[in-house]
Structure formats: structure tokens, C-alpha cells
Ligand binder design. Structure first.
Ligand code: SAH
Length: 258
């Protein structure tokens, strides 16, 4: 059996309880060494074999997994954040499907949630933005043309941009060309939830200069949109006294409730 486990954004206690249990039971752990906190590896049992996938090809990873399967062992494939985002897990699952290897996914806390916590931010602020666009600049992996940064920028909603901290100047240009005003609030969150975490707040027009000043070129998220300022919102209807929900009777102003 293979478990594809989300390790969380960095801090070693931000893996899920389920993920931690699986890690403790594994005979083989293959972890994404570039971003998974190595401190998690001390949770493995004695004799567990551990490999860093940053130094391996897909074929080498899958060969290790197949060997473990042949011995009836349990494997944890440990990915950073949540495996569903930029985790390259589909190709691994297809490989296992073709060979009849069973697997299950254990979700994790994505870095975009870690960054929101670092910024003490509600991404979906009533009357400001109710959508989060998660995307990236094209790099070695291309981005479909219809999903260009500038096309998304036209919405001016809250945007979280992965894998692009090394291209801040081009990113800024595309965001502005696409429709965000130059003085839109923005932030760069480096290594969210790690001890080295750094939060840089700025305006969109300062994004590249601030990134350079702070020497940030990788392991960071860019967050842009009016909601970054966390101002100008309306109170949530869900907790308004006059609003009834399935769980709570309304209490309109001037009445005793019920
Ligand atoms: N599956 C992961 C993302 C993997 S892609 C997740 O859910 O978070 C790797 C990219 O994620 C990095 O280039 C960076 O943009 C972002 N990232 C991962 N961990 C991060 C962290 N702790 N702080 C900020 N960005 C992070």
C-alpha cells in the first residue's frame, strides 16, 4: 500500500494527525527534499528506508515503490503542502494504476494556507473579494495560454501565485498589464510557517524591488489583491443577529428573538 501524504507547509507540527501516524508506520519513505521539513523524518520507525526524491527521477521513485510493494511493505510518498497543488502526483498514480498498486491520498495544509496565517488574513473578505485564484507563472512547466497571469488579473480578485518568486519583475508587469492598479496591496511570504519565515508587505508596483531587497527568489508565495489590506469589508451575514441559519434562530433588531 502506498500513501501519498501532504507534509504541510513547513513547520513540523503542521502535518495532519493521520499523516503523522502513516509516517510512523512506513517501511519506505520517499520525501520531496527541496521543501519537506527533514525534522519530520525522525517520526519514522527504526529500519525505515528513507529517500529524497529531489535527487531521483520518476522512474527511480517508482522502482523503489515497486520493490517495497513486492515485499508487502508500506510506503509513504511525502509531498510538500497539499499534494494536489503542483505535486506531480498524477503521473505517479497513473504509474501505480497501470501496475495494480493501491494507493490513498492523505491531504495536507497547503502553503497558501500557511501564508494566510502568516499574514493574519482572511482571503475571502465580504464585499472585497470572494474568490481566490491559485496560479503560477510559466516556467519549465508551461501554463495554458487561457490561464495567463494577465487574463486572471482582469478579475482583480485575490490571487496567490506559486513558483514565481524568481520572476517578480515579469510577474509585476503582467499583473499590472492585466488590470490590477499599480497601488494594489501585495505581499511576499517566504517560507511560511518555517523558522525563517519572512513577510513582506508592499504595493504591487514595489513587488520586484522589495523582493530583491529581501533577497527572496524562491520558496515564496506572492499574494496580490485589494483583500491583502484587509479593509473595506462588510460584516458577514452568517453571524449577523438578524440572520437565521439552519443552526441558529434569527434575532432581528427590536425583537426578543426566536
Ligand atoms: N504542494 C505545495 C506546493 C508545491 S510547489 C503546497 O500545497 O504548498 C512549490 C512552491 O510552493 C514554491 O515554489 C513556493 O511558491 C510554494 N511554497 C511551498 N512551501 C512554501 C512555504 N512554506 N512558504 C511559501 N511558499 C511555499
Amino acid at each position: 500500500m502506498v500513501y501519498i501524504v501532504g507534509a504541510g507547509p513547513g513547520a513540523e507540527d503542521l502535518i495532519t494527525v493521520r499523516g503523522l501516524k502513516l509516517l510512523g508506520q512506513a517501511d519506505l519513505v520517499i520525501y520531496a527534499g527541496s521543501l519537506v521539513n527533514p525534522a519530520l523524518l525522525k517520526e519514522t520507525k527504526p529500519g525505515c528506508r528513507i529517500f529524497n526524491s529531489a535527487e531521483m527521477t520518476l522512474e527511480q521513485v517508482m522502482e523503489k515503490i515497486q520493490q517495497a510493494e513486492e515485499k508487502g511493505e508500506m510506503t509513504v510518498r511525502l509531498h510538500t503542502g497539499d499534494p494536489s497543488l503542483y505535486g506531480a502526483i498524477r503521473e505517479q498514480m497513473d504509474w501505480m494504476d497501470q501496475r495494480g498498486i493501491s494507493y490513498e491520498i492523505c491531504p495536507g495544509v497547503s502553503s497558501f494556507c500557511g501564508a494566510a496565517a502568516a499574514l493574519e488574513m482572511e482571503y475571502t473578505l465580504p464585499e472585497v473579494s470572494q474568490s481566490v485564484i491559485i496560479t503560477r507563472m510559466a516556467g519549465r512547466t508551461p501554463v495554458p495560454e487561457k490561464e495567463s497571469i494577465s487574463s486572471f488579473a482582469a478579475h482583480q480578485s485575490l490571487m496567490v501565485i506559486f513558483l514565481s518568486a524568481g520572476m517578480l519583475e515579469a510577474l509585476k508587469k503582467q499583473l499590472i498589464e492585466g488590470g490590477y492598479p499599480e497601488d494594489t496591496p501585495a505581499a511576499i511570504v517566504y517560507k511560511a510557517t518555517w523558522p525563517q519565515e519572512k513577510v513582506v508587505r508592499c504595493l504591487l508596483k514595489e513587488l520586484d524591488v522589495r523582493g530583491k531587497e529581501e533577497k527572496i527568489s524562491k520558496t515564496a508565495l506572492v499574494i496580490v489583491g485589494k483583500a491583502v489590506a484587509q479593509k473595506g469589508y462588510e460584516r458577514s451575514r452568517l453571524y449577523a443577529p438578524e440572520f437565521e441559519t439552519e443552526f441558529r434562530k434569527g434575532n432581528p433588531p427590536g425583537t426578543e428573538g426566536n
